[in-house]
Write a protein that binds this ligand. Structure first.
Ligand code: FMN
Length: 213
């Protein structure tokens, strides 16, 4: 039985393009995994504090030497890590904010990028520990950042997520981007705008499912 971890990070809920597209992915995934489990993690309704010196100290204290306070400090991180470890696949909705990822997603990343759990150093070289996972990132951007365009170098979303998740061992990653969503603020019909992106998401979800149930 497969498990899909469904993560969203747009604060816009009903107006969000990335949320609508990850929902479409989940529907498609459920159709091809009737016995599968979907874990939802909404980062805009999860209270994630920034990491502190005490948190870092707890992470670098060997597990069997941690105090009850240190264990408590790491409990949210442990919960979020368990979700990542238990899932086989991830779909992650990402709005571009200020050319990068939204702060809610960064707070989550700071909790799950943990030495000994998601990465290690072996003979001085980094080794990702989240192996055998398949990730789909669905990004929505107000402008257009396609390769070869003048704005391409302003896109820190995909390069960052590709590097970070690759570092953690998630090398089987697909990035689908709905670019130019600002047109929706200037009268473009939402259904018409979304149609090719919904199609791309469905096609990708079907392709990676390969008919498995
Ligand atoms: C706080 C904020 C910052 C944004 N910064 C950018 C940006 O730097 N570049 C851009 O192209 N669009 C930017 N946008 C527009 C969003 O990328 C766009 O609305 C996109 O559809 C967001 O995904 P969502 O619809 O899933 O929320 C920003 C939007 C917000 C709310």
């Amino acid at each position: 039985m497969s498990t899909l971890l469904h993560i969203n990070s747009s604060p816009l809920y009903g107006r969000s393009v990335s949320r609508e597209l990850t929902d479409a992915f989940v529907s498609e995934w459920k159709a091809s995994h009737p016995d599968g489990t979907v874990t939802d993690r909404d980062l805009n309704s999860t209270s994630i504090p920034p990491i502190t010196a005490d948190w870092v100290g707890a992470v670098y204290t060997p597990e069997d030497a941690r105090t009850p306070e240190q264990k408590e400090l790491l409990s949210l991180s442990d919960t979020l890590l368990a979700e990542l470890e238990q899932a086989d696949e991830y779909v992650i909705g990402v709005p571009m904010h200020n050319f990068g990822i939204p702060s809610a997603l960064k707070l989550w990343i700071d909790q799950i990028a943990r030495v000994g759990r998601t990465f290690a150093y072996v003979d001085g070289a980094p080794k990702g520990l989240l192996v055998g996972k398949k990730a789909t990132f669905i990004i929505a951007t107000g402008g257009i950042y396609d390769a070869q365009t003048q704005m391409a170098s302003f896109n820190f979303v995909e390069p960052y997520l590709r590097s970070l998740f690759g570092f953690l061992g998630v090398t089987d990653a697909t990035f689908l981007t709905a670019g130019g969503t600002m047109a929706l603020n200037y009268g473009t019909d939402r259904e018409t705008f979304l149609a090719p992106h919904l199609k791309a998401v469905q096609t990708h979800a079907q392709a990676i499912s390969g008919g498995q149930a």
